[in-house]
Write a protein that binds this ligand. Sequence first.
Ligand SMILES: [Zn+2]
Length: 404
Amino acid sequence: MEYCKKCVYPKNTAVKLDWDDEGVCSGCRYFEELDRADWKERRLILDRLLDRYRNSGNTYDCIIPVSGGKDSHYQTYLIKEVYGLNPLLVTFNHICSPLLGIKNMANIVEKFKVDHIRYTPNPEVIRKLMKYTLKKMGDACWFCQTGVVTVPIQIAVRYRIPLIVWGEHGWSHLFGKSKLSETVKFSTEERTKLFMRGLSVDQVLKDNPEFERRDLSWAIYPSEEEIQKVGISGIYLGNYLRWNQKEITEFVIKNFGFKTRPKARTYNTYADVDCHLCSGTNDYLKYLKYGYGRATDHVSQDIREGRITRQEGIKLLKKYEHVRPEDLDTFFKEMDLTEEELMKIVEPMRDPNVWQKQADGSWAKKVSIDPDNLVDISGVEEIEKRLNFVKNWAPEELDPRWHF
Ligand SMILES: [Zn+2]
């Protein structure tokens, strides 16, 4: 297995990276592009753009899709307090929120004095969908990735709100799949390809005759005509303002009381606070299939933003990448599934370039970023201490249940 010479991504990522002749991935090259960008100029473009929407005459000037995390706090702060727009906050409730995520969301509404719609789909439908996509593609989060990009557009159409403001370009940004000058494309095709990983609503209905179309109404994208009638456009704030995770997290903790996780799957306690699955079970599934997971995302980001060296990153990977997440048992209980059943589902999806079945039936990784075991994990606590910025733990809110 080849790994990026700068970060720690392997060549077999679920979303394919591009690689140049020097063995460097497109995500790393994208970060170099960010370093070269003229951020003063980009900020002026944003100023002019938002001027057009302030006091638009609508009840709301824009929609901010929010999850309750650090970025949600920061987006709302910028739009409401810095730019003076009147936003409507919209959350697709993925039903796997820990109490901590719900409290952080309530904190945003209270601190910034904004209106908020929290759209909760029927949990029974969601559980069935999770099982279906788990079996079909080894991923329980398809419904969530679909809902978070669909529901804000549905609400924009319904309330006639012409602007949607996202934060960072998310994983697309991690993999260098976006350009700074890019605006959001609102086509069903783009959405299906990028966020829904090729699985369309029509296919879901075909595979699951027990569902009616209206069971999936939150997943049905408005028509091109409806979108054009309101003139909806979308932006990523991270394309105009340098989006530094460390600075943003410290800022929203200090100024607005954002709460971090008491315990996380990796050393990073401020990411994914709003979902059990993203940083737990679903990430572990990725590890079982491809041999890498969230730790690779976090380490690569920290290397690219200059907080650690690649060698230090490998120490962190060795400590965290393979760890079984604590929320796995909650997942089994909520889904009425056993660990054995899960392993059976995943087995045919394991990348044969990465995994090898042992004589006793267990699986061993046959590739490593450090094949000769030259990097030991001594001093890893010091690195973690350096990375885990300001802590704002809420241990009493570490609640393993799912909340609706
Ligand atoms: Zn890279």
